[in-house]
Design a protein around this ligand. Structure first.
Ligand SMILES: Nc1ncnc2c1ncn2[C@@H]1O[C@H](COP(=O)(O)OP(=O)(O)OP(=O)(O)O)[C@@H](O)[C@H]1O
Length: 257
């Protein structure tokens, strides 16, 4: 069953065409990585998928329902975004930020329930942010803040989790922890993951499906076995690479030279 279906999506900023006739079928519970050079349209594509930008009618379907037919709160229960950077104007604590993930489930003028607090606590424990719960978000390091934003998205209990370069600010320990956590959520809870990554090798390790974007078009899409090779990486990123076998995992490993 497909969870996210994109049909002939085009998107332009003012007069500049960025997304050019993209079609993708993303199956329920799969782990998808979007790769491509700077400016190739990755963020613009995911902003369309979460309706931060407005895709034209009949181009994006979430659980077989056209995205424009969703009410905002209903869509927020289906799909959560971890953006590339998050600016928070006011001094909220980590716990308050993560609680914001529960807003799509709360009735107007009602306070948080015990269940909300439980889910918020679990989300913080999973992302290693529980120890930070009373700290102000704007006093945290980039990586700590990023983990809190991921906790907020998890607290949203989405069916589709969309992440824009979620590990860019993280040290190697937390990179691995967060990628493992996202993979676990995908496997155990059947969450569909769509994540932008810059690290091709990380994508090879975690993705069921890789989408290689070039100039706003899908260059290729499929398993790393099928689509990652010297030619595709050269054509998409304009860099020479050797693709070897990872001695630990047995999967492909890309070395630029
Ligand atoms: N709000 C905007 N108005 C006009 N042009 C924009 C806007 N946002 C992005 N662009 C342009 O659209 C193109 C694609 O940008 P996008 O952020 O989608 O690329 P990306 O692949 O995510 O890049 P990166 O890897 O650098 O994050 C770029 O040329 C960018 O300058």
């Amino acid at each position: 069953m497909n969870n996210v279906e994109i049909k002939n999506l085009n998107y332009s900023y003012v007069n500049k065409e960025i997304i050019k006739d993209i079609s993708l079928s993303i199956s329920h519970g799969s782990f998808n990585c979007i790769l491509g050079p700077n400016g190739s349209g990755k963020t613009t594509l995911v902003k369309n998928i979460v309706k931060l930008l407005y895709p034209s009618k009949d181009t994006i379907y979430i659980s077989n329902k056209e995205i424009n037919e969703y009410k905002r709160k209903e869509l927020s229960r289906k799909i959560a975004l971890v953006p590339q950077s998050t600016i928070i104007e006011y001094d909220f604590t980590v716990e308050e930020i993560v609680m914001m993930g529960r807003m799509p489930y709360q009735k107007r003028f009602k306070t948080e329930t015990e269940e909300d607090y439980l889910i918020v606590k679990e989300s913080m424990i999973k992302t290693d942010t529980y120890v930070l719960k009373d700290r102000f978000i704007n006093n945290l390091s980039g990586g700590e803040k990023q983990r809190a934003i991921i906790a907020r998205a998890i607290a949203q209990e989405p069916q589709v989790l969309v992440l824009d370069e979620p590990v860019s600010y993280l040290d190697i320990h937390h990179q691995v922890e967060i990628m493992k956590l996202i993979k676990k959520l995908s496997l155990e809870k059947g969450i569909t993951v769509i994540t932008i990554l810059h690290d091709v090798n990380l994508a090879i390790e975690y993705a069921d499906n890789i989408v290689l974007l070039k100039d706003g078009k899908v260059y290729s899409s499929g398993s790393s076995e099928n689509i990652v090779n010297e030619k595709s990486i050269k054509e998409v990123y304009d860099v020479n690479v050797a693709v070897i076998k990872n001695p630990i995992t047995g999967s492909k490993y890309v070395i630029p030279y």
